[in-house]
Design a protein. Structure first.
Length: 266
């Protein structure tokens, strides 16, 4: 699996001065947005400015670019101009295998899963070699199926994404929480997102970053415990043993190894 950010933050691609503030706030990933946050008449100029910026600046964070829909000429132009920068693209409205024909073989992408058709075709999308991760777009998905954007309403889609990411060794990035003033509800969603297996959660405001890290990053105590459990497992000749009253076997070891991997990547 590629190194991935725990809390990437969306930055409108016409607000490049936000980058430094985002990184100082603790974001370990930047998603430059050319899609929803940019007016139609500004998209070409914004793309050109982003290209110039990234050609001479390297943000101190894992960087992705969310392009426009590949069913539009603007989206195709985004890919054509920005592909030489060697950043992975987050591609919205990605729905089926046909979408891959619009992207050259050497480009890495994170399909944005935000339509019912995308969920239906998810196993075919996830196994393509161009794909390094899957990102969930709860707002568009809920509007298309006519549901609330509540946790229960979105649980099936989230679960499908997590399962396909696990099968194909991909990054899973959860949808951002849109109500930036309701921090209690946000924290509750972050906790649930981590609990069901999401590896990352996108942010739209610097105030969200610390809470995402709180739940998605293992604590120092958890890392020490994971290392101790793995060491005991090796000494037991990879057999089943008891640790503080709990049975430890191979699946538990995998969880401990993942905790250490996350800590080393972040």
């Amino acid at each position: 699996m590629n190194k991935f950010p725990i809390c990437p933050i969306f930055i409108p691609a016409n607000k490049l001065n936000y980058v430094e503030k985002a990184i100082k706030s603790g974001a370990d990933g930047i998603i430059f947005d050319l899609e929803d946050s940019i007016l139609l008449n500004d998209k070409t100029k914004t793309r050109e400015n982003l290209f110039k910026y990234l050609s001479s600046n390297s943000p101190d964070a894992i960087t992705y670019i969310r392009v426009n829909d590949l069913n539009s000429e603007i989206g195709i132009s985004d890919i054509e101009m920005l592909s030489e920068l060697n950043f992975a693209f987050i591609v919205p409205k990605f729905e089926n295998e046909e979408n891959f024909t619009k992207i050259s073989e050497d480009i890495k992408i994170i399909p944005l899963i935000e339509t019912p058709l995308a969920i239906n075709n998810l196993n075919k999308i996830a196994k393509n070699k161009k794909v390094i991760g899957l990102s969930f777009g709860a707002a568009d998905f809920s509007s298309m199926i006519g549901s609330e954007m509540s946790w229960d309403a979105m649980l099936y889609a989230r679960s499908k994404i997590i399962i396909e990411c696990s099968i194909n060794n991909l990054i899973s990035i959860d949808s951002p929480f849109m109500d930036i003033e309701n921090m209690d509800a946000f924290e509750n969603e972050v906790k649930k997102s981590k609990a069901i297996g999401m590896q990352s959660k996108a942010a739209i405001n610097p105030l969200q970053i610390s809470i995402i890290k709180k739940y998605f990053l293992p604590s120092e105590e958890e890392i020490l415990e994971a290392k101790e459990i793995i060491d005991l497992y090796k000494k037991s000749n990879n057999g089943v043993f008891s640790y503080k009253g709990k049975v430890v076997d191979k699946p538990i070891i995998k969880i401990m190894e993942n905790k250490i991997l996350i800590s080393e990547n972040n």
